[in-house]
Ligand binder design. Structure first.
Ligand code: ZN
Length: 310
């Protein structure tokens, strides 16, 4: 039953194995990232990512009964941020068509992205943010997961190169729908590892800075998470996938300093204050949407959330 992998897959795999074997500390992270990325590019073509993202969206809407915020001013605020951030993400991944949705759920602090360029942010996260730079940092982080193709890389890690290669060749037709259902059901996406989260933090800070926002927004948001840990159940979804540890905060601050990332925009807090006031006037969601990333027995929030942003 040995199947021969396509040459391009073998080449990407060989590159990855070479990097793993070499294990040079000085440049290993960059080398590993780029080798994994080329493997993911080869195994899971953008078309397939797009299809997966669409299927996850349908699952969220139809099975998880996720509702979106319809308010024009709230959506315009989020679009104003993502338009600026995604202008830079598009340079790194020109093949992605982005879709941004605000999930109507004021009690949940979370955001996540799925393959194919779908970014979801909960109204609860907007209510928890103190300024626009924080929202920009979080959304930049989420877009970073898409740009770096972390879910494709996770799929390769979890399902194995052979299965993913078969999927890529169209030989596992049922697998994709199965995967989409499980991603949506479990919290939209697989939980990412620490290395992927750090890489996404770097994207978040970089894109926020390029877009003119203070790149420290992501760090101040994490600081708040760290302080509130265990005290506010609403934060659990995001924390479950984004452990806001002091070293993570220090790491992103160091990255901002090392890369000399500038930007001072989005720190006044007036814009977000208006959005929060607006959100508070909106009627409560008709039925509490099922939390893709929280267990059904409330009280004990924790969750794959993999989302989180992923
Ligand atoms: Zn993340």
């Amino acid at each position: 039953m040995r199947r021969v992998l396509p040459a391009s897959v073998s080449a990407a795999l060989a590159a990855l194995l070479a990097v793993t074997a070499a294990g040079l500390p000085a440049c290993s992270t960059q080398q590993r990232r780029s080798a994994e990325l080329s493997l993911a590019n080869t195994l899971i073509p953008p078309e397939q990512e797009k299809q997966l993202g669409l299927q996850v969206k349908q699952e969220l809407e139809q099975k998880q009964k996720v509702r979106y915020v319809e308010d024009a001013s709230v959506n315009a605020y989020v679009k104003g941020i993502t338009d600026k951030i995604l202008a830079f993400a598009k340079k790194d991944r020109p093949d992605v068509e982005w879709t941004v949705k605000v999930i109507d759920d004021p009690k949940t602090v979370n955001a996540f992205a799925t393959p194919g360029g779908y970014l979801y942010v909960y109204s609860g996260l907007l209510l928890a943010a103190d300024d626009t730079a924080e929202v920009a940092g979080v959304l930049g982080h989420e877009s970073g997961h898409v740009v770096a193709r972390h879910s494709a890389r996770q799929m390769v890690n979890q399902l194995g190169v052979q299965t993913v290669a078969q999927m890529a060749l169209g030989k596992e037709p049922g697998k994709l729908s199965q995967l989409a259902a499980s991603l949506a059901g479990n919290g939209a996406i697989l939980a990412y590892g620490r290395a992927d989260e750090s890489e996404a933090d770097e994207y978040g800070a970089r894109y926020a800075s390029l877009a003119g926002y203070d790149p420290h927004g992501i760090a101040t948001f994490f600081e708040k998470l760290e302080k509130s840990e265990g005290k506010q159940p609403g934060w659990a979804a995001y924390l479950s996938t984004h452990p806001a540890t002091p070293d993570r905060i220090a790491q992103v601050n160091k990255y901002i300093a090392d890369e000399k990332l500038g930007g001072t925009g989005g720190t006044s807090g007036t814009q977000i204050a208006a959005v929060k006031a607006r959100l508070k006037t909106l009627p409560a969601p008709p039925t509490q949407p099922a939390q893709p990333d929280q267990p059904q027995q409330a009280q004990e929030p924790a969750g794959p959330g993999g989302t989180g942003a992923q």
